[in-house]
Design a protein around this ligand. Structure first.
Ligand code: NAP
Length: 256
């Protein structure tokens, strides 16, 4: 067990998980906490944030939350300062907050484009600018950007969302280029089709769900908990030689 703790344990680390109140972000926040990190979760809705903190504390973890609209630049900067108040500087940044406006390309508005870019790409950029150089100064850090298979292929009206996720994947590589020489590892976690509130409309259709499951190699759609192990790995010492990469956690969806 000492060997596993040394390799994967996050004792003494502080993590900030955006979108940590729901779906993939929440499962990742709980996993990082249970692996030893102190966790700050960030999103807008306070009730879900409080519930997540309570879940983390029920596992004996130190946890806190910051309520913020990540679509507004000044609020992102201000929330980043609030995020360091409970436990100190951030060692592990997970950008999981995301929105997916889905109109047909003909109907996609500038407002929807801006919303997707602001929440999915600009906020991770701003948080990276705040925390990445500090991680590099300290000689250790981890950034996990939650991308999407839609950053690699069109998938049911991904006009703005896919563009933002493609940008996030590129941002990951540039952040890795900048800070990897100083001990920071930056990677993209790429989900396939995962049953969460974000996909509630699509996943209410059993025929569609079955089709999506059929496109994986293992025959089922993802659940948020599927991301726990991959997130702990990418946050840990075990990922020392892994940076600038995309880790597809998609049951083989991308393998077809
Ligand atoms: N589910 C999938 O099939 C799938 C596939 C590929 C990629 N992903 C990516 O995985 C990540 C997590 O998605 P999920 O499926 O877990 O979705 P989810 O359950 O809907 O969670 C989204 C989270 O983002 C937060 N959020 C949304 N807008 C925000 C804003 N303006 N400011 C601050 N927080 C905001 C939400 O909280 P509030 O609403 O309270 O703010 C929530 O905590 C996203 O980046 C998504 O693009 C998901």
């Amino acid at each position: 067990m000492d060997y596993l703790r040394e390799m994967f344990g996050l004792d003494g680390r502080v993590a900030l998980v955006t979108g940590g109140s729901s779906g993939i972000g929440r499962a990742v926040a709980v996993a990082l906490g249970r692996a030893g990190a102190k966790v700050v979760v960030a999103a807008r809705g306070e009730e879900a944030l409080r519930e997540t903190v309570a879940e983390l504390r029920s596992h004996g973890c130190d946890a806190a939350y910051v309520s913020v609209d990540l679509g507004i630049g000044d609020r992102v900067r201000e929330a980043a300062e609030r995020a360091v108040e409970p436990f100190g500087e951030i060692d592990i940044l997970v950008n999981s907050a995301g929105v997916n406006p889905r109109p047909h390309m003909n109907a996609l508005t500038e407002e929807q484009w801006d919303l997707a870019m602001d929440v999915n790409l600009r906020a991770p950029f701003l948080l990276g600018q705040r925390f990445g150089p500090k991680m590099a100064e300290r000689g250790w850090g981890r950034i996990i950007n939650v991308g999407s298979q839609q950053g690699f292929r069109a998938f049911f009206n991904s006009g703005a969302y896919g563009a933002s996720k493609g940008g996030l994947t590129s941002l990951t590589r540039s952040q890795a280029e900048a800070w990897s020489p100083s001990g920071v590892r930056v990677n993209t976690l790429v989900p396939g089709f995962v049953i969460t509130p974000l996909t509630a409309q699509a996943s209410a259709d059993p025929v569609f769900c079955e089709q999506m499951a059929g496109r994986t190699l293992i025959g089922r759609n993802g659940v948020a908990e599927d991301f726990a192990g991959a997130a702990v790995f990418l946050s840990s010492s075990a990922a020392e030689y892994v940076t600038g990469q995309c880790l597809f956690v998609d049951g083989g969806f991308s393998g077809h």
